[in-house]
Design a protein around this ligand. Structure first.
Ligand SMILES: Cc1ncc(COP(=O)(O)O)c(C=O)c1O
Length: 363
């Protein structure tokens, strides 16, 4: 079986295939906040449960208002969705670009969504030799031939951060086209001012911002995300959006999450030190070269052998799931990605990788 189907986090399928219980494995393949979801979530969902006998609020009105307030945008500039995934597919469907562009290696759904919408898809490879930095001034971008460009900031799986100024410059050059900036992991980043286009989205017509609440607030099973864009773009999206995609429980979860500043602060404090701890531990393993992280995951390369797939298979038997990144265009079969988890889990990961590499006979 494929262990990823284009994504990490297939813990239930993997457990079924290997005869394991989910409680026996640690999932490093999905980049979810290791501190879990906000404290008040369980009670709030229990309280909300009787309401599921009604259709959900089709506009997620309360949550839309709360997000508009929090992000300093008008409600007409905000749209709530069933995870940022809903928007990744909705945008090309609604804007019908003839030609789209993605910078690889990156999150696989941008290319898939462009293809499904019937667009011709082009790729620019961000190269290992250039530390996977994306060249937003690439010659391909000079002819204005793309109507839709996807950017991932910070980028999954490399963790590379784009500069806000470079994105604005690109948007100014691509007059007829739209730039979608997926900031699914921006909440984990320490200092966002230099990188996030949260303030520009909504004001500039051709910048569309996507944010996810599923990773930072650790409820991917509930599905929740939002878009910030110019009101005319939001209106167009609403025309193409299916009704009731955001269920009642997810809407309530969003309100709980936004209200819990303490959880957000604790998460950022924790990850700031823990990602550096894990990065430093990986750096000490001679056969592994990690890429400096910016969010809550680390991409690493095994020098020479085994492949990431071999390492992944070996670790599953020890109850550890990592993301084999060999299916990302531009990455060699030796690349794997792990989420930063708790200290105890990270220590177990490091020692398991060390012994796995020894057992798979790497010098
Ligand atoms: C870069 C990126 N964007 C979007 C998503 C989808 O997130 P959501 O759960 O908000 O649909 C993912 C999921 O892994 C991701 O890695």
């Amino acid at each position: 079986m494929t262990l990823y189907n284009g994504h990490g986090g297939n813990i239930l399928q993997i457990c079924a295939a290997y005869g394991l219980q989910p409680s026996e494995v640690i999932d490093f393949s999905a980049n979810i906040n290791p501190l879990g979801y906000p404290k008040g979530l369980t009670d709030a969902l229990r309280e909300e449960l009787p309401i599921v006998r009604h259709y959900p609020d089709i506009d997620s009105s309360l949550l839309r208002k709360a997000i508009a307030q929090k992000t300093l945008h008008r409600e007409e500039e905000v749209l709530i969705g069933s995870g940022s995934t809903e928007f990744i597919y909705l945008i090309p469907r609604a804007l019908r670009p003839k030609k789209g562009l993605v910078f690889q290696p990156t999150y696989s759904d941008y290319a898939k969504a462009l293809r499904l919408s019937g667009a011709v898809m082009d790729e620019i490879i961000c190269r290992e030799e250039e530390a996977f930095r994306c060249d937003l001034g690439h010659p391909l971008l000079r002819n204005g031939e793309f109507q839709l460009i996807f950017l991932c900031n910070p980028n999954n799986p490399t963790g590379v951060l784009l500069e806000r100024e470079d994105i604005i410059h690109l948007a100014e050059g691509v007059k007829e086209g739209f730039i979608v900036v997926d900031e699914a992991f921006m909440d984990f980043v320490d200092i966002t001012e230099r990188h996030s286009i949260l303030q520009e989205a909504g004001r500039r017509k051709n910048i569309i911002l996507l944010r996810s609440l599923t990773k930072f607030f650790a409820f991917p099973g509930l599905r929740l995300g939002y878009m910030v864009a110019h009101p005319e773009v939001i209106e167009r999206m609403e025309e193409f959006k299916e009704p009731w995609t955001v269920n009642t429980l997810a809407q309530r979860a969003g309100l709980v999450a936004l209200g819990d500043e303490e959880h957000s602060r604790r998460t950022r404090d924790f990850l700031r030190s823990e990602r550096m701890f894990l990065y430093n531990e990986f750096s000490k393993i001679r056969a592994v070269r990690p890429i400096p992280p910016s969010a809550n995951f680390i991409l690493s390369k095994i020098l020479y052998s085994p492949t990431a797939q071999e390492l992944q298979k070996h670790l599953i038997k020890k109850g550890i799931i990592i993301r084999d990144c060999s299916n990302f265009p531009g990455l060699e079969p030796q690349y794997f990605r792990v989420a930063v988890r708790t200290r105890e889990e990270n220590l177990r990961l490091v020692s398991s990788i060390k012994s796995a590499l020894e057992e798979l006979s790497v010098k």
